[in-house]
Design a protein around this ligand. Sequence first.
Ligand SMILES: Cc1cc2nc3c(=O)[nH]c(=O)nc-3n(C[C@H](O)[C@H](O)[C@H](O)COP(=O)(O)OP(=O)(O)OC[C@H]3O[C@@H](n4cnc5c(N)ncnc54)[C@H](O)[C@@H]3O)c2cc1C
Length: 305
Amino acid sequence: MKYSSILNYLNSKKCKFCKNELMSKHTTFRIGGPADLFIEVPDVCTLQNLLVMMKKSDIPFFLLGNGSNLLINDDGYRGVILKLDGKFASVEVNGEFMKCGAGVNLSRICKTALENSLTGLEFAYGIPGSCGGAVVMNAGAYGGEMKDVIKTVEFVDQNGEINKISGKDCGFSYRNSLFSKNEYIITFVEFKLSLGSYEDIKSRMEDLIARRKFKQPLNFPSAGSFFKSPAGYHASALIEQCGLKGFRIGDAAVSSKHSGFIVNLGNATSEDIKKLQSEIISQIATKTGINLEPEVINLTDNPNS
Ligand SMILES: Cc1cc2nc3c(=O)[nH]c(=O)nc-3n(C[C@H](O)[C@H](O)[C@H](O)COP(=O)(O)OP(=O)(O)OC[C@H]3O[C@@H](n4cnc5c(N)ncnc54)[C@H](O)[C@@H]3O)c2cc1C
């Protein structure tokens, strides 16, 4: 009943949607119960109309990227999950600029940059996020961050209004941006790269992927580094120093390969992950006086309602 006007609209527009979609299919943790409604949004106009309808009916929603930095509870989500697809999966190259839909995988963007001998995005190769999610998180690795390469960001606010701002105005800081408050939906991102050598870019990308495979537990579902590194420390080193490498609750464990990662050993529940998170935070605080903060976003704490 609550969703009837949205369902009528989706049917009339022939949009793809599912009721009670299991979110474990859409998170790299492979955890998360059913969402009431999961919609693949094909274009800006549909997004604007849905936002207006959800606001009018007071329906909570959440914008899902690739689900690679996300913990969703086992009881799922009572609201609408939006995933950008269709026109949001575009990549256009114009000289040293690339305009990408927010739904495109970061790795595809990096490969397109390589094909055009454009340098600047090599650091992001292997980060399993979408373009939009990477901007929200100011994703970074190996000395690079999204903030270094973003010229403009287009987004839609909760009233359905379209806006465009420059990278300088995105409030980027360590794994954070003005988009982290979940008030806006990023639709398109323009990157400013530089012309470089195809061979150099390729070898840098191959080197970084090899380093990831060597250091990270990629054979288990995870959401990457679970905690932010406090200024002057590495979260993984603190966890290891406190004897928590391999520490396990249920099927959630601190990876024995990289102690910054919490991995799902098979059937971890969201409760397992949250208990492990609390235990790590508590033990690190007691033993070192340092407060760790999760980098991974818990959907329950961040709905757009
Ligand atoms: C194996 C592994 C390795 C990783 N390595 C790294 C790394 O090296 N560096 C790093 O920084 N991160 C890393 N991550 C974490 C993760 O990939 C990044 O944080 C990534 O940027 C998240 O993007 P996403 O599309 O998956 O976002 P999600 O996890 O789907 O969402 C994250 C947040 O962004 C919001 N969001 C997503 N898209 C949009 C949009 N279009 N508009 C508005 N809000 C949006 C969501 O609502 C949510 O609040 C890793 C993760 C894994 C699993």
